[in-house]
Write a protein that binds this ligand. Structure first.
Ligand code: UP5
Ligand code: MG
Length: 195
């Protein structure tokens, strides 16, 4: 596809900050396709015939970043399917979370318009994730994996946010309020960027 026809917004923030929740709300009100890198990896993990099932499983449980070759292909394929359906605007949720992924994606797929970055404290995130863990069935919603996810986020993913911030391409939103209050802030911050 021609990168000129495609718009990408990255959605980043710590584990449980509400990336998926806010993307779902944006999809209802605006014409976006929501692609969660984590969801695509979890789907691939259980797909019959995949070579990457065990690898993805162990990386996710340890809160580590799956090698970008796997993730970028999944994202690119999902984008191609949607573009064939006439879609143009994408919210890429939970990606890029390591510098090499950010540089590679913008080089070989398409440069992002900007990054929507949600922020709040780890206590709030822990409470949300443990609550969700009661029913989510996610292998990484447990105290041990949560600590590893926080560590990876701080050490490996924050540099990506800082890199885009240096390019004045980060819109930061407080993710600690109620779901509706956060969404109100999102819309207020990005409405003028969506034209
Ligand atoms: N909730 C949401 N917003 C709330 C609010 N404002 N107030 C109160 N509660 C709120 O929300 C989490 C929970 O909190 C839900 O129960 C929700 O109702 C509630 P959610 O919207 O799911 O938050 P989100 O930020 O999407 O959390 P998620 O757990 O999905 O974030 P992660 O970044 O940890 O998970 P992801 O799926 O993106 O990645 C998982 C793993 O995949 C990574 O750790 C990594 O191992 C791997 N991965 C890669 O290797 N490469 C990638 O590129 C991407 C992922
Ligand atoms: Mg999510």
């Amino acid at each position: 596809f021609n990168p000129k026809d495609v718009k990408v917004i990255f959605v980043l923030g710590g584990p449980g900050v509400g990336k998926g929740t806010q993307c779902a709300k944006l999809v209802k009100d605006y014409n976006f396709v929501h692609l969660s890198a984590g969801d695509l990896l979890r789907e691939e993990q259980s797909r019959e015939g995949t070579d990457y099932g065990e690898l993805i499983k162990s990386y996710i449980k340890d809160g580590k970043i799956v090698p970008m070759e796997v993730t970028i292909v999944l994202l690119e394929n999902a984008m191609k399917r949607n573009i064939a359906d006439g879609k143009k605007s994408f919210l890429i949720d939970g990606f890029p979370r390591q510098m090499d992924q950010a540089l590679k994606f913008e080089e070989v797929v398409v440069p992002s318009q900007f990054t929507l970055f949600f922020d709040t404290d780890e206590d709030t995130l822990t409470k949300r994730l443990l609550e969700r863990g009661k029913t989510s069935g996610r292998s990484d919603d447990n105290p041990e994996s949560i600590l590893k996810r926080f560590r990876t986020f701080k050490e490996t993913s924050m540099p990506v946010v800082n890199y885009f911030d240096g390019q004045k391409k980060v819109v930061k939103v407080d993710g600690g309020k109620s779901i509706d209050a956060v969404y109100k802030d999102v819309v207020a911050h990005i409405a003028n960027r969506l034209k």
